[in-house]
Design a protein around this ligand. Structure first.
Ligand code: NAD
Ligand code: TYD
Length: 343
């Protein structure tokens, strides 16, 4: 598909900021990044490309119908990352997950429908919509039922269903990708890998939920970005594509790998009360995307985790600004104001 301009929502978060970097390096697209700058949005993630003529930042919410209608009329494709993304936060307060992930997605879909120019609405989803696997069950396939267990997963499953409905009812050209757990640069240190890494660097206790035997399928974020671009350019309208790292590891194994790499003792591991409704295992069957589009993850865990550790070691001021809270003022302090919304 020939694209000139893409609207990326949630581009100041972890995967969105990696994706914008990836697009600038690997395509000639122009990019509009619409981000609400919640606690998870950090303009410092994109400060290096801030003056790139192909990039514009718009501060706003996907639930703002007037704003997104205007933006949708000026782009060829939307890649919708904007979401509340942390399971533990959804357990304490589910409201923002419904507002952004469900209502926001519907507003964006309606805006997309009103655009005469738009050719693809790519919705970024997660393996968590499928629920939890037993130890010997086959990995999730695209045709599996949606059985979400956390408020986060339920809000993402809801958004997947309303995206599907917009395609079936209104003929909107949508595609959904569902990916497994990402790790890599710019991940907010509330998630397992960056939290463990920073605590280990600081020689602080590492909280491990329950018995630490829960399994996640880990993918290096750049591989995910490559998968998204492949689907955006070559995926079939109306389809769902699973993306994954083909790398199932227990949480304890992940934590011990990081401790060993940083030469820290395993005595830092601290078992804490389990997360309510904690999914035991995720695993993705990625045969469809591999066979149809030729995509597969390239980075093995040893290489990905070592690049991630290097990044957090060399970007100490980045994560220290998050811990102190000063990252929220970064853009204003650096530039004084937000740039114009018009591209
Ligand atoms: P993140 O929490 O790091 O970033 C979310 C971004 O969305 C932030 O920049 C935030 O400011 C922005 N945002 C939140 N609400 C918004 C709103 N109403 N309007 C506009 N912007 C808003 O999330 P992430 O880890 O980068 O995940 C991105 C997407 O990928 C999410 O949809 C998530 O469900 C999905 N996903 C994540 C993973 C993972 O391992 N992190 C795996 C699979 C799928
Ligand atoms: P997380 O990074 O929150 O991603 P998700 O819940 O979306 O998979 O958690 C990954 C796994 O690590 C999950 O099984 C919960 C566990 N976990 C801990 O054991 N300790 C922690 O401090 C965190 C944040 C997660």
């Amino acid at each position: 598909m020939d694209l000139k301009r893409v609207l990326v929502t949630g581009g100041c978060g972890f995967i969105g900021s990696n994706f914008i970097h990836y697009l600038l390096e690997n395509t000639d697209y122009e990019i509009i990044n619409l981000d609400a700058l919640t606690y998870a949005g950090n303009t410092e993630n994109l400060v290096d490309i801030d003056r790139d003529p192909r990039y514009r930042f718009v501060h706003g919410r996907i639930e703002d119908a007037d704003l997104v209608t205007g933006l949708c009329s000026r782009v060829d494709a939307i890649v919708n990352f904007a979401a509340e993304s942390h399971v533990d936060r959804s357990i304490s307060h589910a409201d923002p997950f419904i507002t952004t992930n469900v209502l926001g997605t519907q507003v964006l879909l309606d805006a997309a429908r009103s655009s005469e120019r738009l050719r693809c609405f790519l919705h970024i989803s997660t393996d968590e919509v499928y629920g939890s696997l037993g130890p010997s069950e086959a990995p999730f396939k695209e045709s599996d039922p949606l059985l979400p267990n956390s408020p986060y997963a339920a809000s993402k499953a809801s958004s997947d269903l309303i995206v599907r409905a917009a395609s079936k009812t209104h003929g909107l050209p949508v595609i959904i990708t569902r990916c497994s757990n990402n790790y890599g640069p710019y991940q907010f240190p509330e998630k397992l890998i960056p939290l463990t890494l920073i605590n280990a660097l600081e020689r602080r206790p590492l909280p491990v939920y329950g018995d630490g035997e829960n399994i996640r399928d880990w993918i290096y974020v750049k591989d995910h970005c490559e998968g998204i671009l492949t689907v955006l350019e070559h995926g079939r309208e109306g389809e769902i594509y699973n993306l994954g790292g083909e790398c199932e590891l227990t949480n304890l194994r992940v934590v011990k790998t990081i401790l060993a790499a940083l030469n820290r003792p395993e005595s830092l591991i601290t078992f804490v009360r389990d997360r309510p409704g904690h999914d035991r295992r995720y695993a993705m069957d990625i045969d469809k995307v591999r066979q149809e589009l030729g995509w597969r993850p390239k980075t093995d865990f040893a290489s990905g985790i070592s690049q991630t550790i290097d990044w957090y070691r060399t970007h100490e001021s980045w994560w220290r600004r998050i811990i102190s809270g000063s990252y929220r003022d970064y853009y204003r302090l650096q530039y004084g104001r937000y740039p114009e919304a018009v591209l």
